[in-house]
Design a protein. Sequence first.
Length: 189
Amino acid sequence: MNLIKSGGLCLWLSVALSGCVTAPTPPESDPRAEPAVLEASFREAVRAMEQDNLAEARTRLEQLTTDYPDKAGPMANLGIIAFRKGDSDSARQWFERALAVNPEHVQALNHLGVIARNAGEFDEAERYYRAALAADSDYAPAILNLAFLLDIYLGNPADAIELYERYQSAASEPHPRLEDWIFDAKNRI
């Protein structure tokens, strides 16, 4: 009887362990605890980013992408870290991975727009900004970036004014130079 029980235990352990090898499991086995663990880990990674401890943040976020491959947030934040370090290629890859998980991830869309704009790919930048705004019409960074693109890069200050004013309503703390940008755009019409 003990042999049967131990044989059953060995079989169960081999099945359980093989599952761990092929598909990483979250740190907690209790499904109710999983969201709390994810949230706490993500919060620690974001805190490290805010404290400019990018190496620690990157390590934590990379682990989160392994443990939770269906979550776009850690991927987008890895893109932000790469972007802040000036590595546009890696940033683009992380943002695209985030979009593969969540095609409406506004931060990833907005950052891809900035990368495209910086590369002189203005049509692509506009497409990303508009996609971000289609996902969240009040996402202030995309509103402002589209306004800059239309005003400064595409020479369309008339359309930019509407966006500058929309940004003023959407932003919790609008940029202090916003009134100057609106004034300048109106003077160029």
